[in-house]
Design a protein around this ligand. Structure first.
Ligand code: FPP
Ligand code: MG
Length: 329
């Protein structure tokens, strides 16, 4: 597990239990894949989704600890499975500082290992988790897959609108964040309005998180991040720094638009051309615009956090938002 939760020992202790349950769930897996899956779990990321379940579960009258750990593990396993599949789609060689499954065992075994993790994740749901609605769970999973499908179908189209981008990241990241925060409150029977607020807060956090992730692909440090950077443009995926920079460029001088010239009609860009695109987007202020855009969602979430009727949950959410706002990994 990363040291992201060092300063919140109560959350960190629960996340240790989440990691243990995930490890138990996969211990029967095919020996061929077991150690590699264990590596992914123990290498651990920031575990934001399970942490959101645990934070949300403090809203209800009873903590329902066992259910919270089970749900949190399920959501982290879905996330891990989606990353394994994402690395196959992107052909990525490293994630979290270790080689991707795809690069070790090839796409066939990696797809199956992701599917296995997915099936083990679903086996953690019993169908009797407080107010948790199956439709909210399945809707988030469908959105996750649909967004990846749209993103892939549109690879090479750099001229997408901000609203298409928002819909895309809403599905691929925010939907699972929203589901996580809502799940905690739903299993512990928090008030319906509070459950709804947590869903919205999770959604805004997910949007801000993904915008930040997309900024890091332009400005981040590959070693610190543990994955390759500068891949989005090279792979034909437009994200907010580019969308914003294109807008600035066309507002500045519609006749002379070198960034637009580089990306219009381009299905794929060479490494050299993508580097040029990244440099131009940065110099046009695409990163600052993206920071401002992410901040809008953080501010929106803070308005909702004020309406949460539990001081501990409020403070945990504020500290999570604050930590994520300044993240470099
Ligand atoms: C990482 O984002 C990828 C995701 C958040 C979602 C991937 C989802 C799928 C592949 C759909 C399959 C879903 C399941 C449940 C198996 P990114 O590519 O922007 O970030 P990165 O730079 O970390 O790769
Ligand atoms: Mg990816």
């Amino acid at each position: 597990m990363s040291d992201f939760w060092n300063d919140e020992p109560s959350i960190e202790a629960k996340l240790q239990q989440v990691s243990s349950l995930i490890l138990t769930s996969i211990e029967q897996s095919n020996p061929f894949i077991r150690e590699l899956l264990i590596d992914r779990v123990t290498r651990g990321g920031k575990m934001i989704r399970p942490a959101l379940v645990i934070i949300g579960s403090k809203l209800g009258e009873t903590e329902r600890e066992e259910e919270a750990i089970r749900l949190a593990s399920m959501l982290e396993m879905i996330h891990l499975a989606s990353l394994i599949h994402d690395d196959i789609i992107d052909g990525s060689r490293t994630r979290r500082g270790i080689p991707t499954l795809n690069s070790i065992v090839g796409p066939k075994q990696a797809v199956l290992a992701g599917d296995y993790l997915l099936s083990k994740a679903l086996s953690l749901i019993k169908g009797e988790e407080g107010d948790l609605k199956a439709s909210v769970v399945t809707n988030a999973f469908s959105r996750l897959c649909e967004s990846e499908l749209t993103q892939d179908a549109e690879v090479g189209n750099f001229l997408i609108s901000s609203s298409s981008y928002l819909r895309r990241i809403g599905g691929k990241t925010a939907a699972l964040f929203a589901l996580s925060a809502y799940s905690g409150a739903a299993i512990t029977l928090g008030e319906k309005y509070q459950q709804y607020l947590l869903h919205r807060i999770g959604y805004c956090l997910g949007i801000a998180f993904q915008i930040k992730d997309d900024i890091l692909d332009y400005t981040g440090d590959a070693v610190k991040l543990g994955k390759e950077i500068g891949k989005d443009v090279h792979m034909g995926i437009p994200t907010y720094p580019l969308i914003a920079a294109l807008k600035v460029e066309s507002n500045n001088n519609f006749e002379n638009r070198p960034l637009f010239e580089l990306v219009k009609h381009k299905k794929t860009l060479s490494k050299k051309a993508s580097k040029k695109v990244v440099a131009l987007a940065v110099s046009l202020g695409g990163v600052e615009k993206s920071e401002e855009f992410a901040q809008k969602y953080i501010n929106r979430a803070f308005i909702d956090i004020e309406k949460i009727n539990n001081k501990e949950v409020q403070s945990l959410l504020v500290s999570l938002f604050t930590k994520l706002s300044s993240r470099t990994i």
